[in-house]
Design a protein around this ligand. Structure first.
Ligand code: GCW
Length: 857
């Protein structure tokens, strides 16, 4: 045993854990999921198993993020040792099948049938994996790929049985009804089906056997099929995909109540086929749980992107509206394939210029491209716009002239873009103007804008990310303190948008206490897809587990089971509006997201926004199958690498609940020593509070900051007590003595060294694991990923050594036996001046030596 790995800290119960079996990694999947599985039909055979070879670690028990200290659930161990003839479909079948219960069951290999569900939020998987025992041939050669195709790749199905099945079933595509979105669906289906089958699958008119019939429930011949009741239950965006008899011919029907629903169904069918699932019993059905599922672009009008690491903004404002980059349509396709139905084009640190007539015509051009894909555009509204572009002397929301200005502006926008979504606003935060300048509240400001867009059906998304000037006792308390008293004061078309955690998109944070605390206001969950604090473009950190963790966190707002997911989908407090937002990681890089692996985070966001009950692992598996390969020799190790990556990063950057110890401004490398920034709460030392006694921020009741008081009782009590606070958040809520014992039996100092070391070695395992897919993934993408993993490994060691040398200066303790000594001294790390380019951060001086092993025994 050379690496002790603890992978399950804080992860929900449905996730994979890894077990050392006979020298190979095998997945052990938990069978008892904490979330209820949805009822549904089961199709297809048993889910396949995820198998892998390589790696060498074991794991010890972890702690549940929200549930106090506990060990992971047991599960079926399925070792495949890298055989290439295991069943395909496995967990992904369940994944597509919606409920986490379904997906994990599907993943449990021998145990369960692929999950399948009908109903809101769910989706039937149709045939789950099983049944396919065909061996994948090793590809003779693979053309280089830039990553530009994302997960919308349609290579010829390489296994004969499945190929024959698909060829017989998909010969042409016939549309029912006339609509731009149905036309898009036909194009997507003909492209995808032609690629997958290697035949020409064209658009046709007569419904012959082997047709895919796509359209709306109102259009013949779909209208005459007995689908009406089931379709009606699926709402405007839901879909149904199944085999049907039309005039004695067997066809595949892709039906929605709306044309966009049919488009979503088309992408669901294509995903089913891209993941090589069988057609027997095909029955896919789903409707989104959350109504508004948007990307937030922090894109500026000069094409720079705040916290963007993938090149320039894809919005080429100077060429719009005359020139439409082909990327706009590609962007719309990719989003529609996930179910994302809105995009906020501009940075929340807003520029009023986007509200001028010339920019509105540019925005209209984009809206026209996106409309057939079901995507609405939104803009950020700079609160001082009436002054900056309207020649007014005030932006006071109670001023009649200001109200009129916004009302007229809304009318102007809707005149051009009738389905404009509305405004996103960052106000009185980090220097942005807002209503508080006029002694008005956030509600006054939001309501004024809400009145302007209400006649047109628009909404206002008002951000709760605020922290004031001065030296507050505890920055994380401020959003709750400012917004909770405003509950019930917002107009019906206002959503309050809060980040997942109370601080700021840290590698790991507890859920934001506003969730559940504002029953009279629909709350939007804002996730950050771009990895500002998580290694940016370079480090592999799959965020699915983090998204899953926050969505499944129990607020206890209305007793047990009041999860964040239920708060934001509107069901807990019976709201009509519901929304989720993801801060985009997209730029004009060929691969869209700065690295191939970062595409997985865009994908996971979209899939989980559609269905917040999906398991991160099931989503990861679908993504790997669509993006790289269906061969188990690729699927297994890459899914495992993704699933362990976030925890690895947390361990080597900010273990045990540490936060915000990154370098100033760029937030890339380690800088826990920074203490000289003008505002107290910008300094890492403010957050970790290391001293000779111990480490961590005391947020328990007095003498702590009592931030825990913002949570409902059950959560409050758990976090208030050091004994019941999960290790994952220990130092977030408590100042712990260096010599205090943790659940592992190690002292805090020993545990800190251990976590940092394990994190580094995990990256080594990820590197080794990726090395094994060489030859099974095209060389270009293989090399790109391998190169980044190498950088990540060095940088993980940099993080470890820099942080441990710094914390040792407080703990006054040596590195315990069994762990590598830091490569350099504290002053060396403090003297490093990297990255020089914050957009493509690198730290050349530390790329030498052997990062692993950091755990020596
Ligand atoms: O995380 C911080 C970022 C800022 C960002 C801000 C916010 C858009 O460092 O770049 O500004 O959050 O969310 O408003």
């Amino acid at each position: 045993m050379n690496t002790l790995t603890r992978l399950t800290e804080g992860l929900p119960r449905c996730l994979t854990r890894l077990t050392l079996l006979s020298g190979v990694w095998a997945t052990a999947l938990t069978l008892a999921c904490s979330s209820p599985s949805e009822s549904g039909t089961t199709q297809g055979g048993a889910g396949g198993s995820v198998a892998t070879t390589g790696g060498s670690s074991t794991q010890s028990g972890g702690t549940m993020a929200q549930g106090g200290n506990s060990t992971p659930q047991g599960g079926a161990n399925v070792a495949q040792g890298g055989a290439t003839n295991v069943s395909t479909g496995g967990s992904s079948a369940g994944a597509s099948g919606s409920a986490s219960g379904g997906s994990s069951a599907g993943a449990a290999g021998a145990q369960a049938q692929g999950g399948a569900t009908i109903g809101a939020g769910g989706s039937t998987s149709g045939g789950a994996g099983g049944g396919n025992t065909e061996q994948y041939p090793k590809p003779a050669s693979l053309p280089a790929e830039t990553g530009a195709s994302l997960w919308l790749r349609y290579p010829l199905v390489p296994i004969q049985g499945r190929l024959t099945e698909y060829k017989a079933a998909f010969k042409q595509v016939v549309k029912a009804g006339t609509n731009a979105s149905v036309d898009v669906a036909v194009t997507e289906l003909t492209t995808g089906l032609s690629g997958l089958t290697g035949a020409t699958v064209a658009a046709g008119t007569a419904t012959d056997a082997g047709s895919v019939l796509v359209g709306t429930a109102q259009a013949e011949p779909i209208k005459s099929l007995p689908l009406a009741t089931r379709l009606a239950a699926l709402g405007p965006e839901g879909y149904l995909v199944e085999t049907a008899d039309v005039g004695g011919k067997s066809v595949t029907v892709v039906a929605g109540n709306t044309a966009v629903g049919a488009l979503y169904g088309s992408f669901a069918l294509l995903r089913h086929l891209q993941t090589h699932r069988p057609l027997a019993g095909l029955s896919l059905s789903a409707a989104p749980r959350i109504k508004t599922r948007v990307l937030n672009h922090w894109d500026n009008l000069d094409r720079s992107v705040e916290r963007g690491y993938a090149g320039r903004s894809i919005w080429d404002w100077s060429a719009l509206p005359g020139t439409l980059s082909p990327r706009y349509k590609e962007y719309a396709r990719a989003n529609a394939s996930l179910g994302i139905n809105g995009t906020v084009l501009t940075n929340v640190n807003a520029n009023a210029q986007v509200l001028t007539a010339s920019y509105i015509s540019k925005v209209k051009a984009l809206a026209d491209v996106f409309r057939p894909y079901g995507i609405k555009v939104y803009l950020t509204a700079r609160f001082s716009a009436p002054i900056e572009i309207g020649n007014l002397t005030t932006a006071d929301p109670n001023d009649a002239g200001v109200k009129k200005w916004w009302t007229d502006k809304a009318t102007e926008i809707y005149g051009q873009i009738p389905d404009f979504g509305g405004f996103l606003v960052k106000a009185n935060s980090e220097g942005q103007p807002g209503p508080q300048q006029y002694m008005r509240t956030h509600a006054d400001g939001a309501n004024m804008l809400a009145d302007a867009v209400a006649p047109h059906g628009g909404v206002v998304m008002w951000r709760a990310f605020v922290y004031s000037e001065g030296s507050p006792v505890d920055r994380i308390k401020q959003a709750y303190d400012e917004f909770k008293p405003l509950d019930g004061k917002f107009k019906d078309n206002v959503l309050v948008q809060a980040k997942n955690g109370p601080l700021d998109f840290q590698p790991r944070e507890p859920f934001h206490p506003l969730f559940g605390a504002m029953p009279g206001t629909p709350l939007t969950l804002e996730l950050q897809i771009t990895k500002e604090y998580l290694g940016e473009d370079t480090h592999l950190a799959y965020l699915g587990p983090m998204f899953e963790e926050v969505l499944k966190s129990d607020t206890y707002a209305k007793g047990a089971g009041s999860t964040v997911a239920k708060v934001i989908d509107g069901s807990l407090h019976s709201h009509t509006l519901s929304a989720i937002a993801g801060v985009s990681n997209i730029g004009d890089d060929a691969n869209w997201t700065g690295s191939h692996m970062n595409q997985a985070n865009w994908y996971a966001y979209g899939r989980m926004a559609w269905n917040p009950d999906l398991s991160a692992e099931a989503v990861a598996e679908d993504w790997v199958r669509q993006t790289f390969s269906n061969d188990p020799i690729v699927v297994a190790p890459v899914v495992q690498t993704l699933m362990r990556s976030h925890q690895a990063l947390v361990d080597y950057m900010t273990p045990l609940g540490l936060v915000h110890i990154m370098g100033t401004d760029h937030h890339y490398g380690p800088a826990p020593w920074v203490s000289n920034l003008s505002r107290a709460e910008w300094n890492p030392v403010y957050y970790h509070k290391a001293d000779s006694q111990g480490l961590g921020f005391n947020r328990a009741p007095s003498p702590g900051s009592d931030a825990v008081a913002q949570y409902f009782q059950q959560v409050r009590e758990r976090f208030a007590s050091r004994a019941t606070t999960p290790d994952a958040f220990l130092l977030f809520f408590h100042h712990v003595g260096w010599a205090d014992k943790l659940a592992s039996g190690r002292t805090l100092w020993e545990e800190l060294v251990h976590r940092y070391s394990v994190g580094v070695d995990e990256v080594g395992v990820m590197r080794d694991s990726w090395a094994k897919v060489k030859g099974y993934v095209d060389d270009k993408r293989f090399t790109d990923v391998a190169d980044f993993l190498q950088i990540q490994h060095y940088e993980a060691r940099w993080w470890r050594d820099a942080c441990l040398t710094y914390f040792a200066s407080h703990s006054k303790q040596a590195i315990p036996a069994g762990y590598a000594m830091p490569a350099q001294t504290l002053s060396y790390y403090q003297g490093l001046t990297c990255p020089s380019d914050a957009k493509k951060p690198r730290c050349m001086p530390i790329y030498s030596g052997q990062p692993s092993p950091a755990v020596l025994k």
